[in-house]
Design a protein around this ligand. Structure first.
Ligand code: SF4
Length: 390
């Protein structure tokens, strides 16, 4: 039941400072905040509502739209952080027991519904008194809810894209990892762009309907460059890390859509982003699409420099949009002229055909026209005059 779940708050400086004292996980900010989030549950949320279990699953892989990938694994740093965080609260006495809370961290392979059902049953079967069938039905409902949620977001993104196309506006595709949706981890950079009027489309919720994918990837599929719209092998072969693959795919999407630009977010010391910095930038810029980035995001929020940077990018995007409108107008004018010329040629071609037909008939014959009889010779002269005039 939804009311039975308690979540830790969004990441904040206070939360980080309060929780980080318990221990440190070195590599990157997203893994360092695992301890503060558990601290927040025990020391703050538990006071507001009694918590029985802290559920912190070690998610090994994820469902994916990406096709022909080597694997769909989650970053091993974050999976290991779950156990490291547990150690931080048990190494000098079991704090979970002191709070009357049990820490549960099952290994879950979300890519397979069958495996997830088995792993969750092993974890919760006895604790919640579940039957196997009941557990499977619950997991099925969970997947249904997840895909519905994702599809609803994709439909909303599609509507945003259509609006951008109609009004010649610019949207920003965020190339980042799931936790970069947390305003405390993205340092509210996305909000700053929204304040300037740029819609934000996150990489995981870009529209994947047939019409959009055909428009963006259809030609490359026909040419045999890629096997499907979700194939990234043309630009990235080491596709075992799911969130890396998604980032690469979204970069391709942004590069192919005229109303989108790309904004990459990356955390300090991220061992998975480092090898694809150049790849992502080159994918985006190869089509002349603007690419911006905020790399090395850490616990310190350089608010002033973020603001200046966002405003500079905002200014650039304003100019970029003006150029885009002028360009689109030019393209439209050329297309209109081509259409007009094509119609003229077609008309002329039709008349020539009719004339060659008349050449083949007896000129002394006559036809009825407007109540009187006209000789075919006169009809031919009239038609020829029309061709000469046009
Ligand atoms: S993907 Fe990078 S930033 Fe994220 S947890 Fe892994 S190493 Fe850290």
């Amino acid at each position: 039941m939804p009311g039975n779940f308690v979540y830790s708050e969004f990441t904040s400086e206070e939360m980080y400072k309060a929780g980080a004292k318990r221990g440190s996980i070195d590599p990157c900010f997203p893994s360092k905040v695992v301890i503060p989030h558990i601290h927040n549950l025990l020391y703050h949320q538990h006071k507001k509502k009694k918590i029985d279990y802290v559920f912190s699953p070690i998610v090994d892989n994820m469902p994916s739209d990406i096709e022909f990938a080597q694997a769909h694994n989650v970053c091993p740093t974050i999976t290991a952080s779950i156990e490291a965080a547990k150690a931080a609260f048990t190494k000098e006495g079991d704090l979970f027991s002191e709070f009357g809370v049990e820490y549960i961290s099952p290994f879950i392979q979300l890519l397979s519904e069958q495996m997830t059902a088995k792993q969750l049953f092993e974890c919760f079967g006895e604790k919640l008194g579940l039957e196997d069938g009941e557990n499977r039905a619950a997991v099925k409902e969970g997947y249904k809810a997840y895909f519905k949620f994702m599809n609803d977001l994709k439909s909303e993104s599609k509507q945003v894209l259509e609006l951008l196309e109609r009004e010649d506006k610019i949207g920003i595709v965020v190339l980042a990892r799931p936790y970069h949706n947390d305003p405390g981890i993205n340092h509210e950079i996305l909000e700053e762009f929204q304040k300037l009027g740029y819609p934000i489309l996150f990489q995981d919720t870009l529209p994947t309907d047939e019409e959009t994918l055909e428009k963006l990837f259809g030609d490359e599929i026909k040419a045999g460059v890629i096997r499907s719209a979700h194939d990234i092998n043309d630009v990235w072969k080491n596709s075992y890390s799911e969130n890396t693959s998604r980032k690469v795919w979204a970069a391709k999407f942004a590069a192919r859509h005229p109303n989108l630009v790309a904004l990459e977010l990356s955390s300090f010391k991220c061992g998975h982003d480092a090898p694809i910095y150049t790849v992502v930038q080159e994918i985006v810029e190869s089509s002349g699409t603007p690419y911006f980035s905020f790399k090395d995001i850490d616990e310190n929020k350089p608010a002033g420099s973020i603001k200046i940077r966002v405003e500079t990018i905002g200014y650039f995007l304003k100019r970029y949009r003006e150029d885009m409108i002028v360009h689109n107008h030019k393209v439209l004018t050329i297309e209109e002229k081509l259409k007009e010329f094509e119609e003229k040629i077609r008309r002329s071609h039709d008349l020539s055909e009719r004339l060659s037909h008349l050449d083949a008939v007896d000129e002394t014959a006559s036809i009825e026209s407007g109540g009187s009889f006209v000789s075919l010779k006169d009809v031919k002269i009239r038609e020829k005059d029309t061709v000469d005039v046009s």
